[in-house]
Design a protein around this ligand. Structure first.
Ligand code: HEM
Length: 472
């Protein structure tokens, strides 16, 4: 009887509660979201349309273009809406809500409508890319990516990746001076290491990567010049050991070379590299601003990797490096992955749960799955806008979408979870390990207010240093 009364009170409260900032309100909201997600309380509603600046799609779109990467998350923060509809060039339903995102990634009611620039370019229109495909084609491409990753692990392995990074750090540092820009140096280390691991060819041998990276970020229809760059990149990937010499052993006999090249190009340069280089560049400002106690723990863990008397395998050491893992996860939560959000289309009508109730989604609606905003949700994290190794640990993996998530959701051939999560986590941990052994004195502004909409690393200004000296 008593229990029924308590339950009835909770249900009644959950019908009205929308939460707030105090601990009590946040706790109640958490319980309510659990109660709603179990289906005890239903409040199906259509997603609310929210006029932005002036309410006109043209004005909204102009603001979006100015603050491209952060636009939707700014908006979620300003209004407290985490599921809303906006009119831009077309109508979009924005999901900046961890409950909604977890549900959707696990239920896969998504159709890709992505048309990433390079894959629609004139001479490469036929080139398949998993992000832009669905169904069996999508599954086939994912199987091929796994073949490339397995090959890289077998041929090189994590120990090689670690030693290669060590050599690259030794060759790139020390640097000293006034306002020495270091992002490009760090980019080269991460891209060089990853390209070699996957293709068997070092990044310095790729002549067009810089221009290629620019083409990748274009929002508007590509020009003939962009087209030429993609074609050149394609030629360079065709000329790597992976495609030139190992095509049959990696993909199986009869695999079309052009298709294999395009899959390798996509899986390494388009989706692997941006996340890795961004992570490498974000580690530095976060590491130098760490509390001494946390920094010491990271240094201690990092030193075990250079201790000749420690006979554990690199895989084991990486698994044991718990503080470094926390650092990487919290960094990817706080700064986000290379993509702040991804765009899909609903493949059927459905009801989606969220922190604030249930919403109707209709087949054909464009969905913006906004990881960056969801990972800074004040209902989920105690310090959403702070980088902290201890404060946001609780529920971190459940509410983490940098790899499209949640973190513990397994990548399969048929879902849309980042298939590179494990490799990326290991490589990014290695970046932390090497950087922890460097004394870095920055002389640029390290604040991160998302002021520069085109920058997604953890500072608004490009990173420059007075000195960057690493232990050999
Ligand atoms: C910190 C680094 C990384 C982050 C944050 C990251 C994040 C992501 C995200 C968010 C997606 C989903 C994109 C979408 O649905 O539109 C994705 C897809 C993908 N990622 Fe990663 N990724 C990282 C590193 C890697 C690496 C190292 C590889 C390769 C080994 C990789 C391979 C892929 C592939 C092939 C896809 C497409 C999957 C599909 O279309 O089904 N990623 N990644």
């Amino acid at each position: 009887m008593k229990f029924t009364m308590i339950l009835a009170t909770i249900l009644a409260l959950c019908l009205v509660v929308n939460g707030g900032k105090s601990m009590k309100e946040r706790f109640l909201k958490k319980i309510c979201s659990k109660v709603r997600s179990k289906g005890f309380v239903s409040r199906y509603a259509d997603v609310q349309e929210v006029p932005l600046v002036g309410g006109s799609p043209a004005e909204n779109f102009a603001r979006f273009k100015k603050r491209f990467r952060f636009f939707y998350s700014d908006f979620a923060q300003e209004t407290n809406y985490t599921v809303y509809k906006v009119q831009l060039d077309t109508e979009k339903v924005v999901l900046a809500d961890p409950v909604a995102l977890s549900w959707l990634w696990n239920n896969q009611r998504l159709i890709s409508k992505a048309e990433p620039g390079p894959f629609k370019l004139n001479s490469l229109r036929y080139v398949p890319a998993s992000l832009a495909s669905n169904g069996r084609m999508h599954e086939r491409l994912r199987r091929n990516y796994y073949k490339i990753y397995r090959h890289a692990y077998k041929k090189y392995g994590l120990e090689w990746a670690f030693n290669d990074l060590k050599q690259k750090f030794a060759a790139s540092f020390p640097v000293k001076g006034v306002k020495v820009p270091v992002e490009r140096i760090l980019d080269d280390i991460s891209i060089g290491n990853f390209a070699h691991f996957m293709y068997g060819k070092d990044w310095t041998e790729f002549k067009v990567y810089d221009q290629y990276a620019k083409v990748l970020s274009i929002v508007f229809p590509p020009t003939d010049q962009d087209d030429a760059i993609i074609n050149k990149m394609f030629e360079e990937v065709s000329d790597t050991p992976l495609i030139k010499d190992e095509l049959n052993s990696v993909f199986g006999r009869g695999k079309c070379k052009e298709e294999a090249t395009s899959e390798a190009l996509f899986s390494v340069m388009c989706v692997g590299v941006p996340g890795l280089r961004k992570a490498m560049n974000s580690i530095v400002p976060l590491l130098v601003q760490l509390k001494p106690k946390d920094r010491n723990r990271i240094n201690e863990e990092a030193n075990t990797f250079f201790d000749a008397t420690n006979s554990k395998s690199i895989d084991e050491k990486l698994k044991n490096a718990k503080t470094i893992e926390k650092f990487v996860l919290e960094m990817l939560r706080y700064v986000g992955g290379a993509l702040g959000y991804v765009t899909y289309e609903a493949n059927q009508d459905f009801i989606i749960p969220s922190y604030n109730g249930y919403y109707r989604i209709y087949k054909g609606q464009t969905l913006i799955l906004h990881h960056f905003a969801a990972q800074r949700n004040p209902d989920t994290f105690r310090f959403p806008d702070e980088f902290t190794l201890t404060g946001n640990e609780e529920y971190l993996k459940e509410n983490f979408f940098a790899f499209t998530g949640p973190y513990n959701m397994k990548a399969t051939y048929s879902n849309r979870k980042c298939p590179g999560q494990d490799l990326a986590m290991n490589l990014v941990k290695m970046y932390v390990i090497h950087l922890a052994r460097c004394d870095i004195v920055p002389d640029s502004d390290l604040s991160f207010n998302q002021l520069n909409g085109y920058r997604t690393e953890s500072t608004d200004a490009p990173l420059t240093v007075k000195s960057f000296v690493c232990k050999k």
